[in-house]
Write a protein that binds this ligand. Sequence first.
Ligand SMILES: CC(C)(COP(=O)([O-])OP(=O)([O-])OC[C@H]1O[C@@H](n2cnc3c(N)ncnc32)[C@H](O)[C@@H]1OP(=O)([O-])[O-])[C@@H](O)C(=O)NCCC(=O)NCCSC(=O)C[C@@](C)(O)CC(=O)[O-]
Ligand SMILES: NC(=O)C1=CN([C@@H]2O[C@H](COP(=O)(O)OP(=O)(O)OC[C@H]3O[C@@H](n4cnc5c(N)ncnc54)[C@H](OP(=O)(O)O)[C@@H]3O)[C@@H](O)[C@H]2O)C=CC1
Length: 425
Amino acid sequence: MSDATSSRIEGLHKMTPDARLEAVARQAGLDNEMVANLKDAAKGHIELADRLVENAVSAMAIPVGIATNMIVDGRDVLVPMATEESSVIAAVCNAAKRCRPTGGFVTSASGPVMAAQIQLLSASDPENVRLKVFERMEEIREICDGTDPLLVKFGGGFRDLEVRVVETAEGPMTIVHILVDTRDAMGANAVNSMAEALAPKLAEWTGARTLLRILSNLADRRVARARAVWPLDEIGGPQVRDDMLSAYRFADADPYRAATHNKGIMNGVSAVVLATGNDTRAIEAGAHAYAARDGHYRSMSRWEMDADGNLVGSLEMPMAVGLIGGATKIHPTAQANLKVLGVETADRLARIIVAVGLAQNFGALRALATTGIQKGHMALHAQNVALMVGAVGEEIDAVANELKARGVVRQDLAEDILTKLRAGT
Ligand SMILES: CC(C)(COP(=O)([O-])OP(=O)([O-])OC[C@H]1O[C@@H](n2cnc3c(N)ncnc32)[C@H](O)[C@@H]1OP(=O)([O-])[O-])[C@@H](O)C(=O)NCCC(=O)NCCSC(=O)C[C@@](C)(O)CC(=O)[O-]
Ligand SMILES: NC(=O)C1=CN([C@@H]2O[C@H](COP(=O)(O)OP(=O)(O)OC[C@H]3O[C@@H](n4cnc5c(N)ncnc54)[C@H](OP(=O)(O)O)[C@@H]3O)[C@@H](O)[C@H]2O)C=CC1
């Protein structure tokens, strides 16, 4: 590899963001316009970016749109969603509007309990080790709570212990779970610190060797649930309802379809998670693992018909989001978005997010079971395609409208329309 394309830039992490950008631009052969774009994109944010991540050179703006029409537990709520995908926010607005006559979304939540795992190795008697750990319950409580007195002051802290013997390719391992109420924090740092503080003691008490000490993203002790009823006349009648139910049953039975169906749910979930500065990867990992908890990857949502023939949807999923840690507290956009949501607890945020996931799923299922996804999605995507082919200003709407009128949203067609528009033909 020649120097010009080497990925080794010595001391990049010690430079200022401007100097870093120059170094990267030299190495990657960026022109002045590209460098200016990267600088512009981070204007006013580069200091924060530099604190949040390593080797920061720029920032990437993701659009934030507002989902309207949501009623969650009897209260109207405006929901900021950070997503780059067109039609996602429109689908939530549409689905939420169609269940307003029945009161919107009703939610519940299990409470904010997270688990950290401590892996115990080299024991010939893993079952014996398991019981030895249980015998230390009170000492374990003291160590965990002593690690985070502030969390205890806010009403959180150690709650329970689980010890499993897991069969692995190298034999049985004893896996300790500490269950911790993390209140308004997502809790990764809190439980990881507790697990690290506890591990040497577990080794001393059991004679086993401790290895990993880390939270589990399968947050099945921290689930939130949402349900809603869509009246028949808001859906489009019994045939649409039945087709939506068939679409759901397909997803529940077939992992190829379930992955797409669940991706649709995560369109909504991840957008609110990101808008509030929470960890999208943590939520996505937990959601998919939970969907496969029966040993078979299924639909995250459930769809049924009630006694009056209306469509009833429900969604239960892990929702480890916080208001305190991560980027939430320090990112001004996340703070403003939380203000729009009007949430004061992580519990309320979790419930709203699951309601949005359910709304999103309704929107996609209804579109798929009726006109197909392309009509709504591609109509809104037409503007992106216009931008992609270089349309500017008024050209963007002109190209997008022509694509919609022809009922075909394709880049080659957009190029053709733009060329003709510019030639005045
Ligand atoms: C696109 C719609 C909503 C049109 O749906 P529609 O029924 O034609 O909309 P409408 O023009 O009759 O308007 C009804 C309401 O929808 C909302 N609405 C309507 N348009 C807008 C807009 N521009 N911006 C904001 N809100 C909008 C708005 O609330 C409006 O009421 P109003 O406020 O006018 O009284 C519908 O076709 C839809 O929900 N489509 C599904 C879109 C979708 O799921 N997109 C995700 C991307 S595809 C994907 O990634 C996942 C997927 C689909 O593969 C998952 C799966 O397979 O399960
Ligand atoms: N696998 C994963 O998902 C992992 C995720 N992460 C990252 O961890 C971050 C989240 O960690 P998290 O522990 O939530 O954040 P923080 O450690 O930043 O914040 C939590 C801490 O804030 C203090 N606190 C103040 N007020 C409250 C309150 N009302 N409720 C609860 N705690 C309060 C507590 O005590 P005190 O001040 O004493 O700490 C608590 O431990 C995210 O950025 C995530 O990306 C990290 C590792 C792994």
